[in-house]
Design a protein. Structure first.
Length: 653
């Protein structure tokens, strides 16, 4: 029976329809389904030269074929003796014995034994002569020559075995010195060299094919059209594969063409694992999951997992080879990579399961979560007066920088909707250990602060900077969670910046001034040539004139609300977190105006109508004013070269 034909309109409607995931499973269920079809063990053994073995995983036990050291040797420069000849020796009454006349250096085989009453000069690392059982350090001896009679005077006694390493005391012939599964660092390579190993049996690195998909994806280094994004996922994932002992094979970007993607996937399956980035959702234009759905034995085992971020992940297996479609958003891609893919790569590379450290911390603010999905929340850790505080990174799954700035993450159970401020949480560290910062700065972002922090890094200071807005920075300073809070908060009643916020425990370090104003595109008649008041009035009279706002709690938002009064023009609810985001929205035509600083307006080629010069200052807990890193920051604000740099950026000091 012939199926009825669908008309073109129905096909078009279907192509634009967002379909739902058939079955969303838990993380544990997805993991079990995925691993059920995989053999989580090394893929094979290969031989590499010792010089190429760094960071490889040892494929088999290594048994020493020689003793190390291979002979009895001296640990010091001095004289090889029989210990009994030194007994009773003191500086006041030294023992005198005869030298054999032989001088032993490393690599020289002794020709004469040491008899009772004799001593042989010996260098560090040289072979101990027959008959000797100890070495007297040269500083405890004196070589005398009286009337042609040479003697060695010994001013301190030694016991048998003193200053001597006997053959096999470090490594004994037949001893297992390294075991399969060990990661070869410089230390292990030194052991292998010491027993004469020139080639090493190591686990073969799994070859992981990486494909990026999407018409909007552009390789780094190419021009970036409006609406396109650079392919950061391939670089991030490739580096992560290499860190885990795999060999990334970058296969480039495949456009949104189902046949091209199918061909690329078929070629990628010649490798040990295939990772695709993007196209895993079931929306219009998402093709990766469609192509993967045609894989067999067994094909897709899970599509849609109750995770945040990372719900759209698609897990498949084709004839024993893992095929994973990672979500397109960077944070989602990295989280799901480490959750589902990393353990498989480690097993294929011969590495044991990863063990991460967990630390206790407190949430400084309330966090809302979505019931029904396990949520991973990336946080930055700062040391408060009595314990760690975990600040949510808050940039969303589309952020590229979230992972690089985070110290760890907390796991919010799928049945939890709210974590209150002050809640105790367990933070799983992303690194093996938490590296404390020399200087913690929390508050408002500014390109001037970027310049200051960059200079501090070059001077050897390790800063941690978290941009949570001026109000968030002030609260952090009050709680003792930061060394410096960067703020530009205006008192609505007096118009004065920052100083009215101080308490007995806080001090103000003056920063610099920056001009806030209205930004708009060149030639916009509603703004061009007008005063700020006239420009705002014209914008409010035009219902098609869209603004872009700043986030609540920021100093700029206070200025915006003062400017608008009770008016709420179109776009007021769009709350961005930086001056750059405001400028980008106006530059790209998504908004017509907003409030930002003149420095950023120039960077984006926008027109600028001055509103008010604001004070961008630094609030410091008084108890931390004399900490070395805080002193370095304060000194930098007075540095002539730094002041010139800030002035060049458009700031007034």
């Amino acid at each position: 029976m012939t199926a009825p034909r669908r008309d073109a309109g129905a096909s078009a409607r279907d192509d634009g329809r967002q379909t739902q995931f058939l079955t969303v499973v838990t993380r544990d269920e997805a993991t079990e389904r995925f691993r059920r079809h995989l053999r989580l063990e090394p893929l094979g053994i290969e031989t590499v030269p010792l010089g190429a073995a760094l960071d490889r995983v040892l494929g088999e036990d290594v048994v020493a074929g020689v003793d190390v050291p291979g002979f009895d040797r001296s640990n010091v420069d001095g004289f090889a003796v029989q210990a009994a000849d030194t007994f009773g020796a003191t500086e006041e009454a030294p023992r005198s014995i005869a030298p054999t006349g032989e001088v032993l250096t490393p690599g020289v085989v002794p020709a004469r034994p040491v008899a009772p009453g004799q001593a042989t000069a010996i260098a560090t690392g040289a072979m101990l002569p027959r008959g000797a059982d100890a070495v007297v350090m040269v500083e405890h001896t004196e070589l005398l020559d009286e009337d042609g009679q040479r003697s060695v005077e010994i001013a301190r006694p030694v016991s048998a075995g003193e200053n001597v390493s006997y053959a096999g005391t470090d490594i004994a012939r037949g001893e297992t010195v390294l075991r399969a599964g060990q990661l070869l660092t410089s230390r292990e390579i030194g052991v292998l060299a010491a027993i004469g190993v020139a080639e090493v049996q190591v686990c073969r690195r799994p070859k992981v094919a990486i494909l990026s998909t999407g018409d909007e994806i552009v390789p780094p280094g190419s021009p970036l059209p409006l609406g396109a994004i650079y392919d950061s996922n391939a670089a991030i994932i490739g580096a992560a594969v290499a860190e885990l002992g795999g060999e990334p094979v970058q296969l480039g970007v495949v456009p949104d063409d189902e046949r091209a993607l199918a061909d690329a996937l078929a070629k990628a399956l010649h490798h040990d694992m295939v990772l695709l980035s993007g196209g895993t959702s079931k929306g219009a234009g998402d093709l990766s999951y469609r192509v993967a759905s045609r894989l067999g034995e067994p094909g897709i085992v899970a599509h849609g997992v109750a995770l945040k971020p990372g719900k759209p992940i698609c897990l498949a297996v084709s004839r024993g080879k893992p095929v994973v479609i990672l979500p397109g958003f960077p944070t989602s891609a990295i989280f799901t990579f480490h959750e589902f893919v990393a353990p498989v790569i480690r097993a294929y590379a011969g590495l044991p399961p990863e063990r991460r450290q967990t630390v206790a911390a407190t949430l400084p603010m309330r966090v809302n979560s979505e019931r029904g999905r396990t949520e991973y929340l990336l946080v930055g850790l700062v040391q408060g007066d009595d314990r760690l505080s975990a600040y949510p990174m808050g940039k969303g799954s589309g952020s590229v920088t979230t992972f690089s700035g985070a110290d760890g993450f907390i796991t919010i159970d799928q049945h939890t909707e709210i974590l209150d401020a002050g809640a105790e949480v367990a933070v799983q560290l992303l690194a093996q250990r938490l590296e404390p910062a020399d200087l913690v700065i929390i508050g408002s972002h500014c390109v001037g602060l970027d310049a200051l922090v960059g200079r501090l890094i070059r001077e050897g200071v390790r800063p941690k900077v978290m941009y949570v807005g001026s109000t968030g920075g002030l609260k952090a300073a009050l709680r003792g969670e930061c060394d410096i809070a960067s703020v530009h908060l205006m008192d609505p009643e007096t118009g004065e910046y920052n100083r009215p916020l101080l308490t007995e425990a806080l001090a103000l370090v003056p920063g610099y001034r920056r001009m806030q104003g209205i930004v708009h595109r060149e030639g916009d008649a509603r703004f061009a040539g007008r005063s700020a008041e006239a420009a705002v009035a014209a914008a409010l009279q035009d219902p098609a004139c869209v603004m872009v706002n700043r986030n609540a709690g920021s100093g700029t938002r206070i200025l915006v609300d003062r400017l608008l009064g009770a008016h709420r023009p179109p776009g007021y609810g769009v709350q961005t977190k930086s001056h750059n985001a405001v400028a980008a929205a106006v530059r790209q035509g998504r908004a017509d105006w907003g409030v930002a600083i003149d420095t950023v307006a120039r960077q984006y080629g926008l027109e600028f109508i001055p509103l008010q010069e604001e004070h961008y200052d630094f609030i410091v807990p008084k108890a931390r004013m004399e900490q070395p890193a805080v002193r370095a920051f304060r000194a930098l604000l007075e540095d002539p070269g730094m002041r010139e740099r800030l002035a060049g950026l458009g700031f007034r000091l």
